[in-house]
Design a protein around this ligand. Structure first.
Ligand code: REX
Length: 431
């Protein structure tokens, strides 16, 4: 049965509520589930006493990766770095045609983790006095947006109300993907697609995740620096942090060097996976087109929270969070997420979804512990939810609720794992 995107959204919300009611979420999250509307004004939320570090459960990490492959990912990996060094775990394959095993050093497409890189570049321009967070976007890009009240901060916090053009683009997953796989869009074209749709909120009124925001961030970076975003990522982040496996090759289509192949699940249950490794990712650009690996992502997020990339004031602005859903465990700052885990630990980072790749990269506030995990599939909500369990295993030493339960009948694959309490934007079937 094919559900409309609205039906899918309702089903996902119902699942989330059922899980909360069933007590899988920690009690505090369940109690808070009716509070904290996503439209609440952002407030600094740094007042909680930090709980003591909990050792990672590496067997649980392995179990989570097994659940992820049982849920339909050809392979999955996790890399944890903490006081006892680096621990990596892999399951399955990175290339289905050769059968090559998943490799924790391999490169992959990081999707929206790119947004954190874009936010850092723009916030460095704030540090340099070249742009102000609370000024209208139109004062830097005259006439671009239909509303002079939309500010730079609204873009970085997903509060502009600019529609996410990717919802319509990928309404039909494989045809949508194949239509843009080799396409090269200008930023202006992508903004045009968004502006052809009604805006979702008044400027500043509410959090509504939209790729359009970070396309405009890319435009701002290029306008202010006079350079392509690729050069700015390179000069400001990749080189200083020596991220040798990180790149922005748009509109190139290949992932160079040792890499993971990505496999997209079609909407039709049982249809063969589509190898989606090669694509321009032009539909996302500064909102999602970067390539990296697990080690580089942890170096990046750790350096960020340790204040190596931004001045204290701009880092504070980036870490000023507002809820993205009603569980009060998921927050968004400026190009950065915060997840409040079941053991009380707060972790900062981002998630990513690009055809064939799910990514999670998160660090503790002091940068001393970090987790990067990926699975080489997408459009497979169960696999993404299962992979999210790496955070609980790594930062809370928690096992998933049970092994993957995969029934034989098409469309009934289910995974019992951690509560699917990702931010709404991670919800796999959101279209
Ligand atoms: C595009 C469609 C998903 C994926 C998307 N990705 O908006 C951005 C991103 C760049 O990484 N966002 C994530 C496709 C969620 C984040 O911020 O955490 N889905 C797929 C469909 C559905 O085609 N019909 O699953 O590959």
């Amino acid at each position: 049965m094919r559900l409309s995107s609205h039906q899918r959204r309702l089903a996902v919300s119902a699942t989330l509520l059922a899980v909360i009611a069933g007590g899988v979420l920690p009690a505090t999250a369940a109690q808070a589930a009716t509070a904290a509307p996503a439209s609440a004004t952002p407030v600094p939320t740094t007042g909680q006493p930090a709980p003591g570090p909990v050792a990672p459960d590496l067997e649980a990490l392995t179990q989570v990766l097994r659940n992820t492959t049982a849920a339909g990912a050809p392979g999955a990996m996790a890399r944890f770095t903490g006081p006892d060094g680096v621990q990596t775990r892999v399951e399955g394959v990175r290339d289905r045609s050769t059968g090559a095993a998943m490799d924790p050093k391999a490169r992959f497409r990081i999707g929206s983790v790119t947004k954190t890189f874009s936010a850092v570049v723009l916030l460095q321009l704030v540090d340099e006095g070249r742009i102000e967070l609370d000024k209208p976007v139109n004062s830097y890009l005259p006439g671009l947006l239909p509303d002079d009240r939309i500010t730079v901060r609204h873009l970085l916090s997903h509060r502009s109300g600019l529609a996410d053009y990717t919802n319509a683009m990928f309404e039909h997953t494989v045809p949508g993907f194949e239509a843009v796989r080799n396409k090269v869009f200008t930023y202006q074209e992508l903004v045009g697609l968004s502006l052809a749709e009604p805006r979702t909120t008044e400027p500043g009124a509410a959090y509504r995740y939209s790729n359009t925001n970070f396309v405009v961030v890319g435009m701002l970076i290029e306008k202010l620096t006079g350079k392509p975003v690729a050069k700015e990522y390179e000069r400001r982040i990749i080189k200083p942090l020596k991220l040798r496996d990180t790149s922005y090759v748009h509109p190139g289509t290949a992932i160079k060097g040792l890499h993971v192949n990505g496999y997209l699940h079609p909407d039709e249950e049982g249809a063969p996976l589509v190898d989606s490794t090669e694509q321009t990712v032009s539909w996302a650009q500064s909102a999602g087109a970067m390539i990296s690996n697990a080690a580089d992502l942890s170096t990046f997020t750790s350096a960020l929270v340790r204040g190596k990339l931004l001045r204290p004031g701009t880092l504070d602005a980036m870490l000023t969070m507002s809820p993205t859903d009603t569980t009060n465990t998921r927050f968004y700052g400026l190009g950065l997420r915060r997840y409040d885990l079941s053991c009380g630990t707060q972790v900062y980072g981002h998630t990513g979804t690009v055809q064939g790749f799910y990514t999670y990269t998160f660090t503790t506030r002091d940068g001393s512990r970090g987790l990067s995990a990926m699975a080489n599939t997408s459009n497979r909500g169960q696999a993404n939810t299962a992979l999210g369990g790496t955070l609980e295993a790594a930062f809370c030493g928690k096992r998933p609720a049970g092994p993957a339960a995969v029934s034989g009948a098409a469309g009934t694959t289910s995974v019992r794992g951690f509560a699917p309490a990702p931010a709404e934007a991670d919800l796999p079937e959101r279209r």
